[in-house]
Design a protein around this ligand. Structure first.
Ligand SMILES: NC(=O)c1ccc[n+]([C@@H]2O[C@H](COP(=O)([O-])OP(=O)(O)OC[C@H]3O[C@@H](n4cnc5c(N)ncnc54)[C@H](O)[C@@H]3O)[C@@H](O)[C@H]2O)c1
Length: 252
């Protein structure tokens, strides 16, 4: 879902390509589901299918982790969960702050999937003084005046921006100045950040627009196939044997 832009070279310092890093969470999600079902080992084909990735690509990705599996047995699920978690830095706790506690910020605060993956919501921050002190997901909202102090007190390096687009750059600048070096941006705007700060952008409307493009293409293909049927069917009718039971033209 995430469309991302990170201020990093295509290859990380330890030699793991950025494209591989982007697939590691997909493997981890599939492996976690297997682990929850107490499945001990998995083949590269099964895991690739569960993660929605080509199996040759998966084997190549795992070779960067130094994980080659055992012929005829496959990969050890628990060990791979550990290896990938360690590679992604998930074996440690990451405090995050969410800035902008409106519809989206509140939904994110209530999402249990962060905590279960090692991301602790350390604080919720909003510019609306009327929200200060009100609990959302059991955490009292704090005013933006406190932003720098909250970041420093909690050692926060990851910030989530869920403010209106017009406020996002200013919020981003304050987060970065306070020490945040990774930002997950939900606001529909491009953020400018200094070297060394990673930005990932999530935009559901962009994803929907891409789906709309594919829907339009599929509709065009269907229309073209329908337009082709009468001519082809006419040809078929001349080709039919005496019983006339030859099937119609196969769809494209
Ligand atoms: N990425 C996505 O897929 C996606 C989906 C939905 C919404 N959005 C975007 O997320 C943002 C929030 O949407 P919403 O529906 O929750 O809006 P909302 O109006 O319900 O909430 C915005 C919140 O941000 C606060 N805010 C405004 N300026 C601020 C500032 N300078 N510092 C801190 N807080 C500030 C407001 O007080 C409000 O509580 C919007 O930019 C919206 O376009 C993105």
């Amino acid at each position: 879902m995430a469309t991302g832009r990170t201020h990093r070279p295509a290859t990380r310092s330890r030699g793991i390509p950025e494209a591989t890093v982007a697939r590691l969470p997909l493997y981890l999600r599939a492996l976690t589901a297997l682990s929850e079902r107490s499945v001990p080992t998995v083949s590269s084909e099964e895991l690739a299918a569960a993660a929605g990735v080509n199996s040759a690509k998966l084997r190549k990705d795992f070779s960067y982790l130094g994980s080659y599996g055992t012929r005829g047995v496959g990969y050890d699920v628990e060990y791979l969960v550990y290896q990938i978690s360690r590679e992604l830095g998930l074996t440690q706790d990451w405090p995050v702050v969410i800035v902008g506690i409106g519809n989206l910020g509140a939904a994110l605060a209530n999402y249990g999937g962060f905590a279960s993956r090692g991301f602790r919501v350390a604080a919720l921050i909003d510019a609306d003084p009327g929200m200060a002190g009100k609990p959302v997901a059991g955490i009292p909202v704090q005013h933006t005046d406190e932003l720098e102090k909250i970041i420093q007190d909690n050692g926060v390096s990851i910030g989530v921006i869920a403010t209106p687009a017009g406020a996002a750059q200013q919020v981003c600048d304050r987060l970065v100045a306070a020490g945040v070096t990774s930002i997950l941006n939900f606001a529909p705007t491009v953020l400018n950040v200094p070297e060394g700060v990673d930005v990932r952008k999530v935009d559901l409307s962009i994803e929907l627009q891409i789906l709309a493009f594919h829907e339009q293409r599929k509709a065009g293909e269907e229309a073209a196939a329908e337009a082709a049927v009468p001519a082809a069917a006419r040809k078929e009718s001349t080709d039919q044997g005496p019983d006339g039971d030859v099937p119609a033209v196969m769809p494209a």
